[in-house]
Design a protein around this ligand. Structure first.
Ligand code: ADP
Ligand code: MG
Length: 253
């Protein structure tokens, strides 16, 4: 029973996406059958245009497949109504976008507080305290009062990671999280992801950078909407550390 749960944590069944364009139908995902394991850090690597973002948009329910299903924790994502979907997503998924998508009029602290406010978790003071702790975890706490435009791309991406962790979701989905960052900022984010995986988060990270993908325990290759390779990278597992505690479950929120 346990192993069944573990194996079927996120299931993609015959997942197919066809975009209708003026030039005709475009097959972006071609009948993908796949399982993501609980507590595993998986990278999905593929060239630009191979279908990575389309795949992430199916898993997060941001877009609907043409055919097939995404089942997460036994729940079919696409069967949820819009308000159920928003609620479920807010509690269970932390989503990190390539271009951060922080709200420009809010401070970094307020950006991280927002998901807690939307989910109605805690008092304002508790939200602020937790947001500050998360900013500290990703190394940007000293900038908490600033708006996103006043900090670097790496600091904005770190803030976006803190925001994704705000509601302590079991699953993190990241689409090219280091795509706009320098080597050092990128390496720091990989270190954070490895620590989160060691803390028990299930992480799916999309990247076009094979070297970055090597930080994960498992690497999937996507080409023309099909998974063409699936490997376990020992290096990623070996370099994992468990020295950061990000779970706030026992701590009010
Ligand atoms: P990746 O993230 O790997 O770069 P995408 O998933 O964004 O790739 O896109 C896969 C393919 O689907 C590309 O050829 C892209 O042009 C096409 N595509 C993506 N979104 C749309 C859309 N909304 N309408 C039509 N074609 C799309
Ligand atoms: Mg993409």
């Amino acid at each position: 029973m346990m192993s069944e749960l573990r194996n079927g944590f996120i299931q993609l069944q015959d997942l197919t996406k066809i975009y209708q364009t003026e030039a005709g139908d475009f097959l972006a995902l071609d009948s993908i059958n796949l399982v993501f394991h609980e507590r595993e850090f998986t990278s999905v690597v593929g060239r630009s245009g191979s279908g990575k973002s389309t795949l992430m948009n199916m898993i997060t329910g941001i877009d609907k497949p043409t055919r097939g299903r995404v089942v997460i924790q036994g729940r079919e994502v696409q069967s949820l109504k819009e308000n159920q979907m928003a609620r479920w997503r807010g509690r269970n998924l932390g989503i990190i976008f390539q271009f951060y998508q922080l709200l420009p009029v809010l401070t970094l602290l307020e950006n991280v507080m927002l998901p807690m406010q939307l989910a109605g978790l805690g008092t304002l003071a508790q939200q602020a305290k937790r947001a500050y702790a998360l900013l500290k975890l990703v190394g940007v706490a000293e900038h908490w009062k600033k708006r996103p435009s006043m900090v670097s791309g790496g600091q904005q991406q770190s803030t976006a990671i803190a925001r994704a962790l705000a509601n302590d979701p079991p699953i993190l989905i990241a689409d090219e999280p280091t795509g706009n960052l320098g080597t050092r900022a990128g390496a720091n984010i990989m270190r954070i992801f490895q620590n989160l995986a060691a803390q028990g988060k299930t992480i799916i990270m999309v990247t076009h950078d094979r070297e970055l993908a090597g930080h994960a325990q498992r690497t999937l290759t996507i080409e023309d909407g099909r998974i063409t390779n699936d490997t376990n990278g020992l290096e990623g597992a070996r370099s994992m550390r468990a020295d950061l505690n990000v779970s706030f479950r026992g701590n009010q929120l």
